[in-house]
Design a protein around this ligand. Structure first.
Ligand SMILES: [Zn+2]
Length: 684
């Protein structure tokens, strides 16, 4: 496999560091000096600088102060620490808000924000765009060729939307560009329902709690527009960076499960993906194993955004977060395990928010490398320092990637449409959770998975799983069929192929254009109350155990056969005996349709059988114990295998071949023991 070079040759090792906010400490030179000493002790080789520094860099309009930053960057460089330099648009200075109120965001209820907080500016405002471009140009001119600067960190966690008049005007232009005529728009939005036909472009307003909420096409287009507008804002930000320092790669930090942006589209505009991961380990509402699955899914998604190119873990906490409901500390072992989990799935860095705990402000209790005590004698500092030393020993992993034979489709536009739909249940539609429940079975078997949207290429996979693909684009349907015709296997579920990309229901039977692929027709979808359940019973032509029953809850699709073979049927209620699981031979491949939302054990058995049938390659051939996963990164010479135990018990993993412990070089035969929360890296 190819090795990637994220930094155009400037860096060739795993990064370890943090968000560094020296602008909070300029009045304490003793602390700035101590920082450098501690960074070395913590084995850090990178710092992200200037993320919220606008008010220090430009305290008055047009009056710039860079001398402090010169000193910090030079000092870091002289001490062997690289810099990821931020543009400061994530939070603006007060003078900017006071002098140019148009930069303040307007909420969906049309109330206007006051100065404060962060990430709350208008993405359309020409003034905001101009002001950020000026300061970005100055940053690029001053630091774009500094040897310490290895990457641009543009803004911070872009998100949210603005409903001001400037945004409304741009939204109308965006719609005109998309639909051409009002007639076309009205038909695409089905606006004659409830007499919502638009007769003038000027009458179109973004969705509002006191206004329009029931035209789904409008709601969907507003989300697309807001995402596009943010990307346009970002493109405006990076213009001077590209012009002045074209060799410095650009990233912006994405967020966990964030629903407001189409990251797949955004990914095309950045050089390197980075993201901020804050899982709630040891919580009372989710097991560490399920939390690990959830984190793994996100890491795989961010890697898949750029087709396998390694990403950066830009932020994580070395101990706790302060903004979750309970700030529980990471238990011993978890820091190393969760950090190396990111590396295992394709990250080339472990970075933290933040380096030194703030003395005041909203995140003064958020975990950091250096605590208020100000020295290295803490459990957290020791954990961080040991991890940094470990990363130095495994640095040949840098640039390697993951090859997956399986893809799970998790599509952001589909997610928007599912959430917007009124029915068949208002709650527990659980699109993401459903994708996770399918994904978990591959994680548990140590099989690499890509997480893709419906527009990605399917042809490189053996198996594509597309649960609840409610919003189905015509082109996706055609490509899925081609994929199966050529020998691929596809698995889908209830509530697939219901609406087109304008959120209009397919006529002529669900799952719309996929009807012939699955050779079924979905006549009705039964939504169950929480206390309701049905059962599905496995038939004797299936590879699952004949007669085995599984509980079905929440959704039961009542399908008619049009050539598919029945592998299981419902047991009770008025649809007893009707098909609940089908397979259809299509060209050289197969298409499975799971009609109901079944208990976890069903998916476990189903995929266990499918994995062996499709002969999918596993990282470790033998069966992994519960809570243990094996993930793999490769280059053309080696496989780097990460064995990770997220359970609270010691686990034994059987080996069918000799493997070498990466760091020690010791050869391991037969089996390997993993302590609670232990991770071991092997080489093959
Ligand atoms: Zn606006």
């Amino acid at each position: 496999m190819q090795k990637y070079d994220l930094f155009n040759g400037k860096v060739n090792n795993l990064l370890h560091g943090a968000d560094y906010n020296p602008d909070q400490w300029l009045h304490r030179p003793d602390i700035l000096e101590k920082d450098i000493e501690l960074m070395k002790k913590a084995n850090c080789n990178v710092m992200s600088l200037g993320i919220f520094s606008w008010s220090t860099l430009e305290p008055e309009e047009g009056q710039f102060q860079f001398e402090w930053l010169d000193q910090i960057i030079n000092n870091l460089y002289q001490n062997g620490i690289n810099v990821i330099l931020a543009t400061p648009s994530g939070a603006r200075p007060d003078w900017l808000a006071a002098k140019y109120p148009e930069v303040l965001r307007v909420n969906a209820d049309r109330s206007k924000n006051l100065f404060g907080e962060r990430h709350n500016h208008c993405y359309t405002s020409p003034v905001y765009r101009e002001k950020i471009k000026i300061i970005n140009r100055k940053l690029a001119e001053r630091y774009g060729n500094h040897p310490a600067v290895i990457m641009w960190h543009v803004s911070n966690e872009y998100g949210g939307d603005c409903h001001c008049e400037l945004c409304q005007q741009d939204f109308r232009k965006w719609l005109q560009n998309k639909y051409g005529s009002l007639e076309n728009l009205n038909r695409s939005w089905w606006s004659s329902f409830w007499s919502h036909t638009y007769t003038d472009w000027q009458n179109i307003e973004s969705p509002a709690p006191q206004g329009m909420q029931s035209v789904h096409g409008l709601a969907l287009d507003w989300k697309r527009f807001s995402s596009d507008q943010t990307i346009e804002f970002y493109k405006n930000e990076i213009e001077p960076l590209r012009e002045i320092s074209p060799e410095i790669p650009i990233t912006t930090n994405f967020m966990y499960k964030y629903i407001g942006l189409n990251y797949w589209k955004f990914a095309q505009e950045v050089d390197v993906i980075s993201w901020d991961s804050y899982p709630s380990w040891h919580s009372d509402y989710e097991t560490d194993i399920n939390r690990a699955v959830d984190s793994a899914f996100m890491h795989d998604m961010f890697r898949s955004l750029k087709d396998g190119k390694p990403f950066l873990l830009m932020e994580s906490t070395p101990s706790k977060t302060n903004w979750q409901s309970v700030a529980k500390l990471k238990r011993p072992g978890m820091h190393k395990l969760s950090s190396l989990q990111a590396i295992a799935h394709g990250s080339d860095s472990v970075q933290y928010f933040q380096w030194r705990k703030s003395r005041g402000g909203v995140e003064k209790f958020h975990g950091s490398v250096v605590d208020h005590v100000g020295n290295e004698n803490t459990r957290v500092f020791k954990d961080v320092s040991e991890l940094g030393a470990e990363l130095q020993k495994i640095t040949s992993i840098t640039g390697t990637s993951v090859k997956a034979e399986v893809a799970v489709v998790f599509d952001q536009e589909n997610r928007w449409a599912i959430n917007e739909a009124s029915g068949p249940r208002q709650e527990k539609k659980d699109y993401l959770k459903t994708c996770l429940s399918h994904y978990k079975n591959f994680w548990q078997q140590g099989i690499s998975v890509d997480i893709i949207n419906q527009e990605k290429d399917f042809s490189k996979y053996k198996l594509v799983i597309a649960p609840m693909l409610y919003l189905l684009k015509e082109d996706t349907a055609a490509r899925l069929k081609k994929f199966v015709k050529n020998g691929g296997t596809v698995v889908s579920t209830y509530w697939t192929g219901i609406v087109n990309e304008n959120d209009l229901c397919f006529l002529g039977g669900f799952p719309g254009p996929l009807r012939d692929l699955f050779a079924i027709w979905s006549e009705e979808l039964d939504a169950l109350y929480d206390q309701d359940s049905n059962q599905i019973v496995i038939k004797d032509n299936s590879e699952l155990k004949t007669g085995q029953e599984y509980e079905a809850k929440t959704f039961c699709d009542l399908i008619q056969l049009e050539g598919a073979e029945v592998l299981a049927e419902y047991k009770s209620d008025f649809y007893a005996g009707r098909p609940a699981l089908t397979v259809n031979d299509y060209g050289k491949g197969k298409a499975y349709y799971i009609a109901s939302r079944n208990e976890e054990q069903f998916l476990k058995d189903f995929y266990y059988s499918l994995v062996s049938k499709l002969n999918l390659s596993k990282t470790i051939v033998s069966q992994l114990p519960e809570g243990v996963t094996a993930q793999k990164r490769s280059d053309k010479n080696y496989d780097y295998i990460f064995l990770m135990n997220f359970s609270q018990d010691e686990k034994k993993v059987d080996l069918t071949e000799e493997l070498m412990e990466f760091v020690s070089g010791n050869v391991i035969k037969d089996s390997i023991i993993l302590e609670k929360y232990e991770v071991k890296i092997l080489k093959k």
